[in-house]
Design a protein around this ligand. Structure first.
Ligand code: SF4
Length: 422
């Protein structure tokens, strides 16, 4: 979501004639798009901001601002705490940036604007550009109504609001026209999408018809809202990529209940089984949290069992991090930090073994890869990076003019998180 918002911010600043610079001392405007989903990201932001004080002293014209979730959460407290900060803007103020920057320049005042937008409709302006990335995100829904006990998102991104299908379609058509080959539909909870007569599966069907849209993805769905209609889409829509990221968070029913995740492991596994029956070659990934308050060793073992049973292709795993304002913040963070580290390491090494085994089964096969970027430059050829339809990363030698194209790559070496190929 932050990548998408940052792209919009860059587009809006371009329209105001700002040009990007690689040299911080040349900048007249420095904006941070912040994340507060874990404490570490927030601390890093505050320390980066502290270092900018010297630049502000040298360049009186310099405007420094923070947007995103830390800004949304802390509001004008940040202005009090950081005297060299000029602007704090919330997640719903991106479209007002031109006005906010103009007011700061004219009045030399400092501003904090973080009110949620109260319009029942969710509309996002798409800034037209000459080109669009090979692979682009398009937001379809914002906010979240689930209020999982560990998560700050409903407080920083507000309640769920779906964007109109017409606006989504228009943005995708414009992006595809400008060179995008792969679209990822984006939202905190994509499968609660509901706008006009559209549900999430019917939206998938609508956008999959955009001419020349070669690949369609989405992230992230919630297991509670997973439905047969989504399975049908994987079967019916040729450009819907065969990869599902379905965040489970842990393998214990007691912990899931404490997390306010209203499904059971049995229910979750049923979804996976049904899907794999209809789409046998689908790749599956998930998110896991270790060391949630009260998680016992036995409950952590249940998480490892889930990994062995489901055999995900890859897993994003994190140590539990208490967030102020969430209900879990009120509970004792009673799993010692060393224990969280050990659990995380055990989880990651088990998953690495599983991923490697699964990847090794694919050696020798040929896959269509969408080339995304140069991974390392070299003479006479560079190493390029791309992804298979199943979201696996492949590195292979090739000419940079292949970026944005689909190529056939034979997988020659498997690692837990990527492949080498020819
Ligand atoms: S569903 Fe996702 S975004 Fe919403 S509260 Fe739960 S973890 Fe956070």
């Amino acid at each position: 979501m932050n990548v998408y918002d940052s792209e919009r911010i860059t587009g809006l600043l371009g329209a105001l004639n700002f040009k990007p610079t690689e040299k911080i001392k040349e900048a007249d405007l420095i904006l941070f798009n912040s994340c507060t989903v874990r404490e570490k990201a927030k601390q890093k932001l505050l320390s980066d901001l502290g270092r900018l004080k010297a630049f502000k002293e040298k360049n009186k014209k310099l405007i420094i601002g923070i947007g995103g979730c830390v800004a949304q959460e802390a509001g004008d407290e940040l202005l009090k705490r950081i005297p060299h900060l000029d602007l704090v803007f919330g997640v719903d103020q991106v479209d007002q940036l031109a006005d906010l920057l103009g007011r700061i320049q004219e009045t030399k005042s400092r501003l904090a604007v973080t009110a949620f937008d109260t319009d029942p409709q969710f509309s996002l302006s798409y800034v037209r550009k000459d080109s669009s990335p090979v692979s682009a995100y398009v937001t379809i829904i914002k906010g979240c109504d689930k209020f999982c006990s560990f998560c700050i998102v409903p407080f920083t991104r507000g309640r769920e609001k779906s964007r109109s299908p017409r606006e989504i379609l228009q943005e995708i058509e414009l992006r595809v026209e400008k060179g995008t080959r792969e679209i990822t539909l984006l939202g905190q909870n994509v499968n609660s999408y509901a706008a006009e007569e559209f549900t999430f599966p019917s939206l998938l069907k609508l956008v999959s018809k955009v001419p020349n849209l070669k690949r369609l993805r989405f992230t992230s769905p919630h297991p509670q809202d997973f439905c047969e209609g989504m399975i049908e889409c994987y079967v019916e829509l040729p450009n819907l990529c065969k990869h599902l990221h379905l965040p489970v968070q842990c393998g214990s029913n007691r912990v899931l209940k404490a997390m306010r995740r209203w499904y059971t492991i049995e229910h979750y596994k049923e979804h996976v089984e049904k899907l794999r029956k209809r789409v046998p070659d689908i790749a599956l990934s998930t998110d896991m949290i270790v060391g949630f308050p009260g998680e016992t060793n036995e409950e952590f073992e249940e998480t490892l069992k889930l990994l062995r049973d489901v055999r995900y292709d890859f897993v994003y795993s994190f140590r539990y991090s208490p967030r102020v304002g969430t209900s879990a913040y009120e509970w004792k963070d009673d799993v010692p930090e060393e224990e969280k580290d050990e659990r995380l390491q055990r989880l990651q090494s088990l998953q690495d073994e599983i991923s490697l085994e699964k990847n090794q089964e694919l050696i020798g096969k040929i896959y269509e890869v969408l080339v995304e970027k140069i991974s390392s430059t070299g003479a006479p050829v560079s190493v390029l990076q791309g992804r298979t339809e199943t979201h696996k990363i492949v590195h292979f030698k090739g000419a940079p003019n292949l970026i944005g194209k689909f190529v056939q790559v034979r997988l020659t070496k498997a690692m837990p998180h990527s492949f080498l190929g020819d």
